[in-house]
Design a protein around this ligand. Structure first.
Ligand SMILES: NC(=O)c1ccc[n+]([C@@H]2O[C@H](COP(=O)([O-])OP(=O)(O)OC[C@H]3O[C@@H](n4cnc5c(N)ncnc54)[C@H](OP(=O)(O)O)[C@@H]3O)[C@@H](O)[C@H]2O)c1
Ligand SMILES: CC(C)=CCC[C@@H](C)[C@H]1CC[C@H]2C3=C(CC[C@]12C)[C@@]1(C)CC[C@H](O)C(C)(C)[C@@H]1CC3
Length: 619
């Protein structure tokens, strides 16, 4: 790090986010682009700080405090992270954060009422510590809601809310690290003894910690993903769709392009865009950005699918033959692919001109291909039109249902049926329920990884506009030419399976979403939580106490129920299940690294308490 004030390995005093308290930290690296230092606290929590939030140890003086404080509060304030690690190895940065936040809030508001709240706040630190000392099965002993910890959790949430606001104001950032580095594994002792080994990547490396196989991976995925969609689309039409039929017979080049199909895709996207901008439905707030700002999103997805269904019904009534979608599947996919490429080019170019605050952390490698693939700008918008949100929730998702419906009509046409087969009805209804539920709970998407952390580039543009509508529909497509009659008992079993999966998926997603939006929601008051250094807590009972990703478990059970109606004669209709296991296992590990980095020892504590990731006692 040439020309920067603090060097890698320097021990300095870093301001705790949202407070006026400084704790000893070690400088890990400096990012020349964002002008932020990554520092590590004694308990392993890493944060990004501006230069103005760092002071050298020598010039540092403890601020004299004239204000009278209660003994409880003094006890809380007297511990710094530095002392923590020497005196009490179990004390987490959460406690430090609490003290810091309490200090900050008191500094900014002298209201007695608030002060009282914060004084009550001191005892959870003890409780937390006690809980941590009981490690391994500490959470099996239930905390009752009427015990002091409950009272304190309430005040904690108040403090958390204040902390969130303050963090936004100070713009202290947390580092995005996709490399899977595990800061919580870096102990204070290591920091003391092995500074060289603990030293983090250089500034350049920091901004280029890449996932999806890095730069080489980006080349691979750019070629592989479209080729794979093409392969599946060609396979599904074969009488015997099988991996052994590789390569599938390729149609002549001109068969890939159809201007009318391109026109239909454009019309569909414009129609969805029109529905999106209509001033109908709620304006929901996204999660706070680094700047502290919260973007507004028009969450009228359910309205959009209802109007789309009405429009499609009207088109069919007026004589439009929807089986066109079945017969022009390949051409529609190619047209959508072209649009996703054009969109990605636009996104890439505009990201070059975007302010650094608007960029996703970790999305910039300096490598054109990687940045194009992964996406760089977090929330690209044209006026209030949010491109990422729109693409993720509208044309592809609603298009998925439209294509499924067209496949049902094609099945009837091809086999001269008066009604679609049971298997086709099940696949259609199950997936319609999934999409409609996603749109009904559209606000919940605002707390997912894609919306909060990932830049918008080729991966998501292609995923949303091509991958979802043209690979998630393969089961319905397969059934058109590969009927699989089902008996009523089998139908019943599959329906029950789907409902069980849906119940787990919906309940767990709603629980987390409600908790993240309002941690003091009375409906969640029975749940136990672990405080973290960031001021947010982690649910440790309820659905999120069963496994670390109960929503993935529900989703996987549903995926199984989608494949079963297609039978076992071919692997192709099971493709979604296989892909989904890979996707969710990868997402889970990405999320684990991200949460470990964000929450440090509190995350480890959570993982010790909730041992399994997705399937209880299995994985
Ligand atoms: N059909 C598909 O193709 C598809 C693909 C991918 C995902 N999905 C579905 O989309 C939904 C969203 O998935 P996602 O991958 O974005 O992940 P997610 O599970 O919704 O979100 C993970 C985030 O939840 C928070 N969290 C984790 N553990 C917590 C706890 N114990 N208490 C409170 N908060 C906790 C953390 O964020 P913070 O702490 O920062 O809030 C974490 O980063 C899932 O239901 C998934 O099945 C579907
Ligand atoms: C190109 C590849 C291989 C990957 C792109 C991934 C992308 C298709 C998915 C990433 C997040 C997914 C997602 C849904 C659809 C598929 C993704 C965009 C989702 C909108 C489906 C409906 C659900 O109810 C949901 C929970 C809202 C989903 C959110 C995540």
């Amino acid at each position: 790090m040439p020309t920067v004030k603090y060097q890698r390995g320097d021990k300095v005093m870093g301001r705790w986010p949202g407070s006026s308290l400084y704790y000893e930290v070690k400088v890990l690296s400096f990012d020349a682009i964002s002008q932020l230092y990554t520092v590590i606290y004694k308990d392993g929590t890493e944060l990004e700080l501006k230069e103005q939030d760092i002071k050298s140890v020598t010039g540092f003086q403890t601020r004299p405090r004239s204000r009278s404080r209660s003994p409880g509060r003094r006890r809380s304030r007297s511990r710094s992270p530095a002392r923590t690690t020497r005196r009490s190895s179990s004390r987490t940065a959460a406690a430090v954060a609490t003290a810091a936040i309490a200090d900050s809030v008191l500094s900014t508001s002298r209201e007695l009422k608030l002060k009282d709240t914060l004084e009550v706040r001191v005892s959870p630190l003890k409780e937390t510590k006690a809980a941590e000392n009981n490690s391994n099965n500490k959470h099996e002993k239930k905390e009752e809601n009427n015990t002091p910890i409950k009272v304190n959790e309430k005040s904690e949430e108040k403090v958390e809310a204040d902390a969130e606001k303050i963090q936004g104001r100070y713009n202290l950032r947390r580092r995005k690290d996709d490399s899977g580095a595990k800061p919580s594994a870096v102990t204070a002792e290591q920091l003391e003894k092995e500074p060289a080994q603990v030293a983090a990547p250089s500034a350049a490396a920091l901004s280029t910690t890449l996932d999806f196989g890095g730069k080489i991976g980006a080349y691979f995925w750019l070629l592989f993903l479209p080729a794979w969609v093409l392969f599946l689309a060609l396979q599904v039409n074969l009488e015997d769709p099988s991996l052994t039929n590789f390569p599938p017979p390729l149609p002549p080049l001109e068969a890939f392009w159809d201007t009318q199909a391109f026109g239909f895709v454009i019309l569909w996207i414009l129609f969805q865009a029109l529905l999106y901008i209509l001033p109908v439905g709620k304006l929901s707030e996204g999660m706070p950005l680094r700047s502290g700002e919260r973007l507004k999103y028009r969450t009228n997805g359910f309205f959009a699918i209802v109007v789309s269904a009405a429009a499609v019904a009207a088109a069919v009534y007026l004589g439009f033959d929807l089986t066109y979608i079945h017969s022009h599947f390949l051409q529609l996919a190619v047209a959508s692919f072209l649009i996703s490429v054009l969109l990605s080019i636009y996104l890439f170019v505009r990201s070059r001109y975007a302010a650094s605050e608007q960029l996703a952390l970790g999305g910039s490698s300096g490598n054109v291909v990687y940045d194009f693939f992964k996406g760089h700008e977090l929330n690209p918008r044209v006026k209030n039109f949010d491109l990422k949100f729109f693409c993720e929730m509208r044309p592809g998702l609603i298009g998925w249902c439209l294509i499924n419906f067209a496949m049902a009509l094609a099945e009837m046409k091809q086999h001269g049926l008066d009604a679609p087969s049971y298997s086709m009805i099940l696949v259609n209804l199950f997936q319609l329920l999934y999409v409609a539920d996603g749109l009904w709970n559209e606000e919940a998407i605002l707390t997912t990884m894609d919306l909060m952390h990932d830049g918008f580039g080729f991966m998501l543009a292609f995923g949303d506009l091509v991958w979802v509508p043209f690979t998630y529909t393969l089961q319905a497509y397969y059934l058109v030419s590969h009927p699989n009659p089902l008996s009523l008992p089998v139908v019943t079993v599959i329906v029950i399976l789907k409902l069980v999966g849906f119940y787990i998926f919906r309940k767990s997603n709603s629980e987390k979403n409600a908790f993240r939006r309002n941690p003091s929601d009375p409906k969640l008051s029975h749940l136990r939580t672990i405080p973290t250094a960031t001021g947010k807590s982690l649910l440790v009972s309820g659905w999120w106490g069963v496994v670390r990703h109960p929503n993935y478990l529900g989703d996987l059970i549903m995926a199984l129920a989608w494949s079963l109606p297609c039978g076992f004669s071919h692997l192709l209709p099971w493709y979604y299940m296989i892909y989904f296991i890979i996707l969710l296992v990868h997402r889970d590990s990405r999320d684990m690294s991200e949460c470990r980095r964000k929450y440090g020892s509190a995350w480890d504590e959570y993982c010790r308490t909730v041992r399994y990731r997705i399937i209880p006692r299995v994985y």
